[in-house]
Every structure is written in C-alpha cells, then in structure tokens.
Design a protein. Structure first.
Lengths: 111, 115
C-alpha cells in the first residue's frame, strides 16, 4: 500500500488478556519503529528494527511487551497480560532515510 | 525528565495571520528536528525538518527556525488557514548509533485557526 498500515484500528481488551498489534510498513522501508502515545501526550519511542534485526528496545516499558519482525517487513507488537496503564494509541512508523512516516495507530483500551 | 517541551498547550489564530509554535529542548546531542501535524484519529504527518547545521528551513507556508545556543526551535505558518487546525508536535532525534527515527516528542500544541 501507499502508507503504513496498522491493524486492528481499535481494540478493547479485558485486563489480563494478551493482544497483538500488526504493522505493515511502506514497501521497501528498512527501518520500522513502534511508539506509544498516551492521551494528551506526545508519542514515546518503544522499539526499532532495521530489517529483521531489533536494534533498540530501550523504550519497551516492561517484559510484557514484545515486538518482532521476522522477515524484515510486517511487524507485530505483542502485549501480554494487559493492564489498564497499557491503554494508549500504538503507532507504527517506517523510514528509508531521515523522514519517518507514521501509520494511523492502533487504539488499545484495557478494561 | 521532559527533554522536548512545548510550553503552549494551545494557540488560537485568525485566518491569514501568522501562527508561531514554539519548542524547547534540553539535550544538546539532538541534531535533527522535525515538526509533525496530527488530526484526530489519524497518525502524525511529517511537515518539515531541520538539521542542526542550519538555522532556517522553508517549505511553502511553513518555516522552521532553529536557535542552537538557546536550544529553541519554532514553526511559523504564514498565512494560516482553517485547514491548519490540528495538533502540532515538535520532535528531536539523537541517532546515537541507532537511527534518525528514534524521536523524542514534545507534548503537542493544539492550533486553532479561525475563519
């Protein structure tokens, strides 16, 4: 597709449930990023992939968060045993050079 | 510790006038700065960027100014249009061996342009 595609757009999860969020980057983009945006805040960096290699996961808030990009294209962010503080928009972005293009985000609400 | 700050949560401007959005940063290692615009229920859209070796970059109605000594940047929109109404995020990059895409964002400024 023309842009970064994310699914699902909206997810309501019960506390303790596992969720998986998918990102389809722009074709040919080597770099892929995940960000978390809480209500009223700016996005915060979670993790970065270059092709299939996860080069930086310093922003992942806990070991309940796990991301993968096994074939260097589509990426999945998995959150295990979700908690209410995980409620946020999860943004995926991709880039080839210096400009980073964001998807529309996956809105996660944990109830 | 907020390394990138946008101290004005909101700004209201008349159509046709100039909009000036401000951003301050604390980390002197930041060397690349970007502005993003965000509409409700959409992802941030890239607007304009500036490298730390420059002090100004212009693209149509949008100009970004960088004052490294003051660790301050600003986005000027002139003339402002109602379609510019959105949340504007300032972001800074410190590659640090990873990537330009590891961005630190400000909290955002809601711009409203009145007809």
């Amino acid at each position: 597709g023309a842009g970064v595609s994310q699914s699902p757009r909206y997810k309501v999860a019960k506390r303790g449930q596992d969720v998986a969020l998918r990102c389809d980057p722009i074709s040919g983009h080597v770099s892929l990023f995940w960000y978390q945006q809480a209500l009223g805040q700016g996005p915060e960096f979670l993790t970065y992939f270059q092709n299939e290699a996860q080069l930086d996961k310093s922003g992942l808030p806990s070991d309940r968060f796990f991301a993968e990009r096994p074939e260097g294209s589509v990426s999945t962010l998995k959150i295990q045993r979700t908690q209410q503080e995980d409620s946020a928009v999860y943004l995926c972005a991709s880039s080839l050079g210096n400009t980073i293009y964001f998807g529309e985000g996956s809105w996660l609400t944990v109830v | 510790d907020q390394q990138v700050k946008q101290n004005s949560p909101s700004l209201s401007v008349q159509e046709g006038r100039i909009s000036i959005l401000n951003c301050d940063y604390t980390n002197s290692m930041f060397d690349y700065f970007l502005w993003y615009k965000k509409y409700p229920a959409e992802g941030p859209t890239f607007l304009i960027s500036i490298s730390s070796i420059k002090d100004k970059n212009e693209d149509g109605r949008f100009t970004v100014f960088l004052n490294k000594s003051a660790k301050h940047l600003s986005l000027h929109i002139v003339p402002s249009q109602p379609g510019d109404s959105a949340v504007y995020f300032c972001a800074a990059s410190d590659p640090g061996g990873t990537s330009y895409g590891k961005l630190t964002f400000g909290q955002g400024t809601i711009l409203t342009v009145h007809p």
